[in-house]
Structure formats: C-alpha cells, structure tokens
Design a protein around this ligand. Structure first.
Ligand code: CDP
Ligand code: CDP
Length: 224
C-alpha cells in the first residue's frame, strides 16, 4: 500500500490555503483538516458565554468542556460543538475579527494542538493553519508556506463576497486582513511563521489550478 503522508499548509489570511488543501486532499483521497475552524469554534463559544477573550485562564477552563468535532462534508469540512453544527456560524465577521485574540492564548493553543496531532497521527492528512509546519506537525513530509500580496488576498475575498451576494468593501477587507496578519505574526505563542524546511510559494500571480498542480507534483515527489 502507498504510504500516507502528512501535508502541512501555512500562510496568512486569503492565501488560498483552504481552497488548495481541500482539492489536494480530494485528489490524494486524504482527509482535510482546517485548524482555523477550531480556533473559530472556540471564539464562537467564548463570545456566546460572554467570556473575556483576553483571559487565558478563563478560556483554558472553557477548553476542558468544549467538544469540537470535525467531519468531512460534501463541500469540505463540517464543524460541530457537541451535536450542534456551527459550520456557517463560525464564518461571521464578528468571529473573524475576534479570533486572533483567542488564538493568542497558550491554554487554547495547547488544547487544540493536542487534538490536531491526534487527528493527524495516522497520516493521509492535509492540514492548514498558521503553525502546522512549525509546531503541530514538525515532522510532516511536505510543508508549504502559501502567500500572496495583501492587495491580492483582499481582492480574492472581495470577489468571494460579491459572488455570494454580500456587501463588500475592498479597502476595509485589506485593513482587516493586514491587522489579523499582524496579530497572528506578532503573538508570543506559535506565531505565523514559515518553517525552515517549508517550501515558500507566492501565489499572487497563480490560479488555483496552477497551485494545485504544483503541490501535487511536490506530493508525488515525496510519495515516490
Ligand atoms: O481562513 P482564514 O485565513 O480567514 O483564517 P482561518 O484559517 O479560519 O484562521 C482564523 C484565525 O485562527 C487566524 O487568523 C489565527 O488567528 C487563528 N489560527 C491560528 O492561530 N493557528 C492555526 N493553526 C489556525 C488558525
Ligand atoms: O484559507 P485561506 O484564507 O488561506 O484562503 P481561501 O479561503 O482558500 O481563499 C480565499 C479566496 O481566494 C477564495 O475565494 C479562493 O477561491 C481564492 N483564490 C484565488 O483566487 N486564487 C488562488 N490561487 C487561491 C485562492
């Protein structure tokens, strides 16, 4: 049987991680794990319970009782807290603008990193996030750091919003993305950073298909 590797995709918001990870996983018949969704689910629960997002101890307590489940769905990963589906709820602007405060707390990260390693332990996984290659899966056989200019990433999100019939302001999007990148890169615990052994891929001028083809070549190189 062909061996089943771990693939780690990291990078800033809007780099194309989830789009590419989903397609790569489908082609390889691997499981796709969106770790950002886990941080988003914690943020949703914390906001619903009116907890202080800057208090690591309080959030650490929350983690003890929080049952986050990920299951593969037709359009990618579905997310549950206990039996309640939160797949769409975790994508709200309120969650997006608050998630990096929650993700900064070491108590939250410790609990989620343990869960993520467990999900990946048998291989056959494409995992995307910010610290997958550096912290969660340091031994992943393939690590890629995907990025694009902030202008291009905001333009991608803008097109996505318009296609969904949502209001969208590209200048605001760019500011929000830049702010989240800054918080994610400057935090003390597991900041967004390229792993030393990760391949750096600037996708500013690349289509989704081109990126997928490139990563499939790399994966096949490792699997040979
Ligand atoms: O898809 P998008 O780029 O908007 O973000 P996401 O992957 O859903 O991640 C949301 C937030 O969770 C990020 O801005 C980080 O603050 C945090 N995150 C993290 O700290 N570590 C990860 N492995 C994944 C996400
Ligand atoms: O997960 P992450 O935040 O890194 O990005 P994403 O949600 O996968 O991608 C953001 C948007 O950019 C999506 O609408 C993708 O279809 C689009 N995209 C693109 O236009 N060109 C690429 N090379 C990659 C993604």
């Amino acid at each position: 049987m062909m061996k089943k590797i771990q693939i780690a995709l990291d990078g800033p918001a809007g780099a194309g991680k989830s789009t590419i990870a989903k397609q790569l996983a489908a082609r390889l018949d691997y499981v796709y794990i969106d770790t950002g969704a886990m941080y988003r689910a914690v943020t949703l629960a914390a906001l619903e319970q009116s907890l202080d997002l800057n208090n690591g101890e309080t959030l650490g307590e929350l983690m003890k009782s929080l049952d986050i489940r990920l299951t593969p769905g037709e359009n990618g990963q579905r997310v549950f807290i206990g039996d309640r589906e939160v797949t769409d709820a975790i994508r709200s602007i309120e969650i997006t603008n608050n998630v990096s405060f929650v993700a900064r707390q070491k108590e939250v990260r410790a609990a989620l990193v343990t869960a993520q390693r467990k999900l990946a332990e048998r291989g056959g996984i494409v995992m995307d996030g910010r610290d997958i290659g550096t912290v969660v899966l340091p031994d992943a056989e393939l690590k890629v750091f995907l990025t694009a200019t902030v202008e291009e990433r905001a333009a991608r999100r803008h097109r996505e919003n318009i296609a969904r019939g949502m209001d969208s302001d590209i200048t605001i999007l760019q500011e929000e993305i830049a702010l989240r990148d800054k918080r994610d890169s400057e935090r003390e615990v597991s900041p967004l950073r390229q792993a030393d052994d990760a391949l750096y891929l600037d996708t500013t001028e690349m289509t989704i298909d081109e990126v997928v083809v490139r990563l499939m070549e790399l994966a096949e190189g490792v699997l040979k």
